[in-house]
Design a protein around this ligand. Structure first.
Ligand SMILES: CC/C=C\C/C=C\C/C=C\C/C=C\CCC(=O)SCCNC(=O)CCNC(=O)[C@H](O)C(C)(C)COP(=O)(O)OP(=O)(O)OC[C@H]1O[C@@H](n2cnc3c(N)ncnc32)[C@H](O)[C@@H]1OP(=O)(O)O
Ligand SMILES: Cc1cc2nc3c(=O)[nH]c(=O)nc-3n(C[C@H](O)[C@H](O)[C@H](O)COP(=O)(O)OP(=O)(O)OC[C@H]3O[C@@H](n4cnc5c(N)ncnc54)[C@H](O)[C@@H]3O)c2cc1C
Length: 673
């Protein structure tokens, strides 16, 4: 059935893709609208695609791969400025701007201004401070970043060394980065762009350390962009990816700022140096929770680009023979190719439904905070978002790596677009809380919840399955067909997480009761704690996907195809962690055999709809950023065309021939030695 993407410049479609599309059993527009969030939102996205991709600044993403770092930075600033101006002109909401961010692959300068700087002001500043700074920030009179991580510490925030020492005589804070390890290192858009930074620093009053607090710091002159006195700032250098971004360093030497520049919503310092606080002490970590929630959606956005590329390419690529007398098959027809790609496709959909639910929960928490001043949900949302940010980034990296290798040699080209996606995903696994560290935050919460169960206290919704005694569980899979029963699969996931959590909790308790110091007992169980966080997060993903497909109000064909993906996501996750599921007696050996067989059946079921299922993401070619994944499937033509933009091909004979190769070949070089 017809794809809704229209691009007049498209040539005739590759015949394989045309056939694949005509074979689809469902209307792809139904899924597109679910993913966009409704018909109006699909319409908005398409209007934005037209607006952006008619502009050469945003077109032909793949050309960025031929640019130097400085060119990339400059272009990203031009893009940022254009987007910010359009945002102002059309009065885009935050939600609409998030759609734009995805369309342009986050490739624009100053992205932290809206991702962290303004949200930090909204969450950490008093009403008076907001009235002063928010209009400046939203009208781009100041451009800001979030400067927390230091050379010496990113994870352990209690170890931060940047100081803000209060001077009651002048009613100022004096900011210093006393050692090399204290310099801020990593903040996005800090190196060359930002005029201001939200600096997290240790508050010191009368020699007493009050821990990390947020301060508003002007970095550069608003007239000539020069750093202000006492401030040294620059770019930290080339990275694995996001090289358009000027991630920066910042050294501070006795930089004085007014007392009112401490963001004082949750903690206050009076003019005579009295410290007071209100709200939970982790409220100053609020922006990190928001970004972790957003990142789960970013991973979906990124992975759908990789899987769209790999599935479409696998439909147009023919290689080898299954049968000597037949034609070379599409590589998508090999069972091994399907086993690589379809679980990734299923994960991509799972990530969508999970991130949608997480965002809804986050929004509910924010409403509670705003309307009732209640932080009741904070600990649970922090725990869930940590685990899901970690898990999604892992799924993203694993999935995009599979997509890259599934595209063979061409997948290794930058213009295939998958390496770029993979690089972005590598930033997500580390930024905003390193993988292990965030998983351990989730595990810490789970240990507290299971302790509550043991004393009969009520646990939060995400942990309700802990109320069941695993001893009472018996595997519900009685026949191979039961492996498709989502209710059974959900129970299996719940039991595996429940058993693992209880078993680590009991090991910790025994160790501590037998005299092992708590920190040693914890360290001896860290790996198991990460494992329970993963099990809990995987359970949430399966439950969210199941809840979504069982409550869809759409055609039976669409429900059927999404249900198959949900089944595959669950079954493949069980196979990946078969050891865990068997160890916890959530399934037996016989069931694992059935599950493997049923996984293969699902590959056959999904195969006719594979291309339609990636088309349903409805990615514009300029957003996809891949010459292998183009909608029309004319891959080889595009690859050849791309060589014309390659600076290496601008001279038929490269100058190095005259400088080096010719002297070698003529013997001139050797005779000079
Ligand atoms: C596909 C990709 C597309 C695009 C990509 C584009 C661009 C590149 C990508 C990314 C760039 C964007 C953004 C990145 C920006 C950053 O990285 S900003 C820096 C982020 N830094 C971190 O995340 C630091 C991680 N560390 C921490 O969060 C904390 O230090 C810690 C949680 C590990 C420990 O905190 P401490 O205060 O030291 O520990 P504690 O005293 O033991 O306290 C723990 C208790 O506090 C609770 N808690 C911790 N955090 C929070 C929170 N955020 N909210 C609520 N509660 C929190 C925790 O639960 C404990 O509570 P208890 O009741 O158990 O005591
Ligand atoms: C692309 C990118 C963009 C970024 N943007 C920003 C930004 O805008 N602003 C900003 O302030 N920061 C930013 N950061 C910094 C980022 O938040 C930190 O790098 C991240 O939080 C990880 O901290 P770290 O570098 O100190 O890692 P480390 O903590 O040094 O991690 C190294 C290893 O130590 C392990 N480890 C550390 N602590 C523990 C523990 N308690 N238990 C078990 N293992 C542990 C980790 O698991 C990891 O294996 C960015 C980073 C990147 C890569």
């Amino acid at each position: 059935m017809a794809n809704t993407t229209t691009d007049d410049s498209r040539k005739e479609n590759n015949q394989d893709l045309t056939l694949e599309r005509s074979n689809a059993s469902f209307n792809i527009n139904e899924i597109t609208e679910i993913i966009d969030g409704g018909v109006d939102k699909t319409k908005f996205r398409k209007e934005m695609e037209k607006l952006l991709f008619d502009d050469p600044l945003f077109k032909d993403f793949y050309k960025t791969f031929f640019k130097t770092r400085s060119e990339l930075y400059e272009e990203s600033i031009a893009r940022g400025v254009k987007l910010f101006s359009l945002r102002q002109k059309y009065k885009w909401t935050d939600e609409q701007f998030e759609v734009i961010e995805d369309l342009v692959n986050h490739l624009f300068g100053m992205s932290l201004h809206f991702t962290m700087f303004i949200p930090s002001l909204e969450r950490l500043a008093t009403e008076t401070q907001k009235a002063k700074w928010l209009p400046l920030a939203t009208n781009f009179k100041i451009l800001g970043t979030y400067a927390q991580t230091e050379m010496g510490h990113g994870t352990y925030l209690q170890g931060l060394e940047t100081t803000a020492t209060y001077d009651p005589v002048t009613e100022e804070f004096i900011l210093n980065t006393p050692h090399k390890s204290s310099m801020k290192w990593w903040p996005g858009s800090l190196g060359k762009s930002s005029t201001h930074a939200l600096v997290q620093a240790v508050l010191i009053i009368n020699g007493k350390n009050y821990g990390m607090h947020p301060f508003m710091l002007q970095l550069r002159s608003l007239d000539n962009h020069m750093p202000l006195p006492g401030i040294e700032v620059g770019d930290i250098g080339p990275k694995m990816t996001v090289n358009y971004n000027d991630n920066g360093f910042l050294l501070l030497k006795n930089v004085r700022i007014p007392r009112q520049h401490m963001l004082m919503k949750h903690a206050q310092v009076s003019s005579d140096g009295k410290y007071t606080s209100s709200g939970p002490n982790k409220a100053i970590y609020a922006t990190m929770v928001l970004v972790r929630v957003k990142m789960t959606k970013w991973v979906h956005d990124a992975l759908r680009k990789a899987i769209t590329t790999a599935v479409r390419y696998s439909a147009v690529r023919h290689q080898s023979k299954m049968d000597d007398s037949g034609p070379e098959p599409q590589i998508l027809d090999y069972q091994t190719q399907q086993y690589k790609l379809f679980p990734v496709l299923a994960d991509t959909y799972a990530l969508f439904f999970m991130s949608r639910n997480l965002r809804r929960q986050y929004n509910r928490m924010m409403e509670d905070i705003r309307n009732k001043g209640s932080y009741k949900m904070l600990a649970e949302i922090h725990s869930i978002s940590c685990g899901l940010k970690g898990l999604s980034s892992k799924i993203g990296i694993d999935g995009a790596s599979i997509c890259r290798t599934a595209c063979g040699g061409h997948g290794y080209l930058m213009v295939a677009g998958i390496s770029e996606v993979l690089g972005l995903l590598h930033s997500v696994v580390t930024a905003e809380g390193e993988y292990t560290v965030v998983c351990l935050q989730t595990a810490r919460y789970l240990m507290k919840q299971i302790a509550k169960v043991s004393v009969g206290e009520v646990v939060t919704e995400s942990c309700e399955y802990l109320n069941v005694d695993p001893q009472s569980f018996s595997c519900p899979l009685q026949t191979p067909a039961d492996c498709f029963n989502l209710t059974f699969l959900c129970d299996i996931f719940r039991n595996r997480a429940n058993s693992l959590i209880r078993s680590v909790a009991s090991r910790l308790q025994i160790a501590i009761e037998s005299g092992t110091p708590q920190h040693i007992a914890m360290n001896n169980n860290l790996q198991s704690l990460v494992r329970v966080a993963e099990a809990h997060s995987e359970t949430i993903m399966v439950l969210d996907f199941t809840a979504a497909v069982t409550s869809l109000r759409t055609s039976p064909e669409t429900i059927k195809v999404l249900t198959s993906l949900c089944q595959l996501h669950a079954l493949h996750t069980i196979v990946k962690h078969a050891g865990d599921f068997m160890e916890t007696e959530s399934v037996g050996l016989e069931q694992i055999k059935w599950i493997r067989e049923q996984e293969l059946k699902l590959l056959e079921i999904i195969r006719p709809n594979a291309v339609a299922l990636v088309d349903a993401f409805d990615l514009h070619d300029d957003s996809l950023g891949s010459l292998l994944g183009v909608y029309d499937g004319n891959v080889y033509e595009r690859l050849y065309e791309s060589t014309k933009y390659n600076p290496m091909n601008q001279n038929v004979v490269h100058p190095s021939y005259h400088k080096y190769l010719k002297p070698l070949m003529s013997g001139e070089m050797i005779s000079k030695l």
